[in-house]
Each structure stands twice: as structure tokens, then as C-alpha cells.
Design a protein around this ligand. Structure first.
Ligand code: GLA
Length: 392
């Protein structure tokens, strides 16, 4: 049973301990503890056009990692991790201020829902009734629609004893065309060792579809100094989903063996990414596909290691573990230098990659895929862990 600490406790702790400046924010935190302890603090991040105030929470681990998360879209804005010389740098893309996220962001760091990835033509049928969703990636529905969970204001609760931030959001019946009021909770927990555990839960009052994920753009070189083509990647996946021109899975489960999609042994992301002789690389403009994670047939929803990314320059290693059956590996093919992010960095094509753990795209229309239907009385629950380490 989780133990919740009230705002009053945080304010009292603030008065007792005094404020401190976090390295990547010039605002004053409302709580602080010594560097060697895990802790959570928060500052005001900004105001939305409708007047709502949103906060920026900093989770610190004993190991020195700092992760900043705003309750606007549940966005992970900063994440520091040490390199092989012990130097902490930011390993995720994003903006310095809330204003950046209010402009057109390609889902930097956000919680994506109610349905992460695409639903063909924005239509699906449950129990004989057809629903029409917002079309925001013509001709398809993408990442929850025009105002998806990445743009929602989540109710935030810090859970001090767990070093965790709990975000809750109720998506209304009919929002973006989806049936049923969906009550969602996302728990971000930073472990002492600096691993981020994300637990997603949801319940509904009408049959609906759910596929929640996180859309963090990683660059392990730190501060997005270089592109990610030199990162080495291993994916625990023997098959992937070929797509059509609209990036909707064709329904085929294709073996990766002998293709540029084979990451069963560690290879550089850049090795096959420009191999446009491969029709799937051409259609994706690089990697923007879903890999089916190998897992024992029994105990199908246990955490398994899905991906390992390693930047040989910094030595940083990122491992992704998940209960989900699949992972969308996206290499920032749509970034084009048009976005200026943190510290005035221009985000060029392929300057980051996403490991979006999830169910298969377009599952509502492909009955042979694992089901994404959630019914009243059931609880949707998935977990993903991102673990950082260094290779000397
Ligand atoms: C996902 C999709 C991509 C793209 C990005 C956001 O990863 O699969 O095609 O839409 O989100 O830019």
C-alpha cells in the first residue's frame, strides 16, 4: 500500500530545510535534502493560456541522477546520468520552458494516450458499435488525437517514501472520439540506483481501447552533442511489424533476420538506417516500427529486457524492461533542425531515439494482435523500467 504525503508535509519540510537551486533550473525548489539522499521537490513551471498553473517536479536519486517531470502532459523534461568519467549530463530532448511544450512539440518526454501510436483511418468497432476518432496524422489517428494525454494537466501527488510522483487524469467519455470515461494513473518512481520505473493503470466505465506509453527522446551522448547513429542497440525481438505508406502495420509479423531490422545482436543504429533498398526503411524514413518483444509464452506480462542502447563515447547504457508485448523504436526521422530545444540546441534529424513500450499499433482493427480493449471492472496495468548504467 502506498503511503501518500500531503502538501502540508512538503511545505513544512521546505520551511525546515530551506530551498536550493537545482543545476538546470534557476527557480527555487520548495524542498531540498542533502545530495546523498533520494528526494522530490517542485517549482512552478508556468501558466497555461487558460490560467492553470503547472509544476515541475525534480526526483533525485542517491546515485545523483535527477529527473524533472511536469504535470503538463506528464512530460519528462530533464534526465541527468553520469558518463564513464562520472560527469552528469542531460540525456533527453525537450525545452527549457513550458512555452516550448505549448508550441508544436513532437511529444518530447510525454505520456501518450489514450492510444499511443496509430489507429487506421481513426476508426474502430467494439461490440458492434463503430467509433470515429480525431484524425491528426491524416488519414490516421495518432497518439490520442489533437489534444491527447501529452497536453492534459495531470493531478500530481508526491509520494516521498517511494521517491515517486503519481499523476492522475480522467479522460472524459467521448474525448477525441474514444468511448468511456477513463481514469488513469501514471506513477514515476526513481530508484536509489537511478532507474525510472513507470507504472500505468487505468479503469473505464464503458468498453474502450487503451495503449499508454512514454515518448522520451534519448540521446546518451549527453546534451544532444552528437546524433544517435553511433549508439549500439540490442533489441530482444525476432520479429517486427512491416507498415504501409501511412505507417499502419500490414498485419504481417516479419522475421528480422537478414534485414536492417535485426538488432538481436548489438549493432550501431546507423548501420542500416539509410538502406533504402529495404522497402520498410524507405517507408519509415528510417526506423519508425514496432518490434515484438521475445518473451516466454507463460507468464506473458512479466517484466522482460526489451532493449539495450549503448553510447561508446560516453559509456552510458540504457536498458528498457517492460511488461508490454512490443516496442516502437523511432529514430527522430521527422526532426529537421526546425526545433530549438534546451540550451539553444537545434534538434536535427536523428539526434535522438525513442523506446516506446506498448501494444501493437492499430490493434483495435487487427483482431489477430493482442487485445487493447478495456472493459468496466477490469484494470489496465503495465510497467516499464528505464535503467541507466555505464560501461567503462
Ligand atoms: C511516433 C511515431 C512517429 C512520429 C513520432 C512523433 O514515434 O511512430 O511516426 O509520429 O511519434 O513525431
Amino acid at each position: 500500500m502506498l503511503k501518500y504525503h500531503s502538501l502540508a508535509f512538503i511545505i513544512a519540510a521546505t520551511l525546515l530545510l530551506g530551498g536550493c537551486n537545482s543545476p538546470s533550473s534557476n527557480q527555487t525548489d520548495n524542498q531540498s535534502t542533502s545530495d546523498s539522499m533520494s528526494s522530490i521537490s517542485s517549482v512552478v513551471f508556468g501558466q497555461l493560456p487558460d490560467g492553470q498553473i503547472v509544476n515541475l517536479y525534480t526526483l533525485r536519486s542517491k546515485s545523483g541522477t535527477e529527473i524533472k517531470i511536469t504535470n503538463y502532459g506528464g512530460i519528462i523534461t530533464h534526465w541527468t546520468a553520469p558518463d564513464n568519467a562520472g560527469v552528469f549530463e542531460d540525456i533527453v530532448l525537450g525545452y527549457d520552458t513550458l512555452g516550448g511544450y505549448l508550441k508544436d512539440t513532437p511529444y518530447f518526454g510525454a505520456i501518450v494516450g489514450r492510444y499511443g501510436n496509430r489507429i487506421a483511418k481513426g476508426k474502430f468497432t467494439i461490440d458492434g458499435k463503430t467509433y470515429e476518432l480525431a484524425i491528426n496524422n491524416a488519414p490516421n489517428h495518432l497518439h490520442g488525437g489533437k489534444i491527447g494525454f501529452d497536453k492534459a494537466v495531470w493531478e500530481a501527488k508526491t509520494i516521498d517514501a517511494e521517491n515517486a510522483l503519481q499523476l492522475s487524469y480522467v479522460s472524459k467519455d467521448g474525448e477525441e472520439g474514444f468511448p468511456g470515461a477513463l481514469t488513469c494513473t501514471v506513477l514515476y518512481k526513481l530508484t536509489d540506483e537511478g532507474a525510472l520505473e513507470i507504472t500505468y493503470t487505468a479503469t473505464t466505465d464503458k468498453p474502450t481501447v487503451v495503449n499508454l506509453t512514454n515518448h522520451t527522446y534519448f540521446n546518451l551522448t549527453g546534451e544532444a552533442k552528437n546524433d544517435i547513429l553511433g549508439h549500439e542497440l540490442t533489441l530482444n525481438a525476432d520479429r517486427f511489424l512491416p507498415v504501409d505508406a501511412g505507417l499502419i502495420p500490414t498485419g504481417e509479423l516479419r522475421a528480422v533476420q537478414g534485414t536492417p531490422f535485426d538488432f538481436t545482436k548489438s549493432i550501431k543504429i546507423g548501420a542500416g538506417i539509410n538502406n533504402v533498398q529495404n522497402e520498410q526503411i524507405k517507408l519509415g524514413g528510417g526506423y519508425d516500427h514496432c518490434w515484438l518483444i521475445n518473451r516466454p509464452t507463460q507468464n506473458t506480462d512479466s517484466l522482460v529486457l526489451a532493449a539495450i542502447a549503448h553510447d561508446p563515447g560516453s559509456g552510458r547504457v540504457l536498458e528498457a524492461f517492460t511488461t508490454e508485448p512490443a516496442l516502437q523504436f523511432y529514430t527522430g526521422n521527422f526532426l529537421n533542425g526546425g526545433i530549438t530545444g534546451k540550451n539553444n540546441t537545434k534538434y536535427e534529424k536523428r539526434c535522438a531515439f525513442c523506446l516506446e513500450t506498448q501494444h501493437y499499433p492499430d490493434s483495435p482493427n487487427q483482431p489477430q494482435f493482442p487485445s487493447v480493449v478495456l472493459r468496466p471492472g477490469q484494470t489496465y496495468r503495465t510497467k516499464t523500467v528505464y535503467k541507466l548504467s555505464v560501461k567503462k
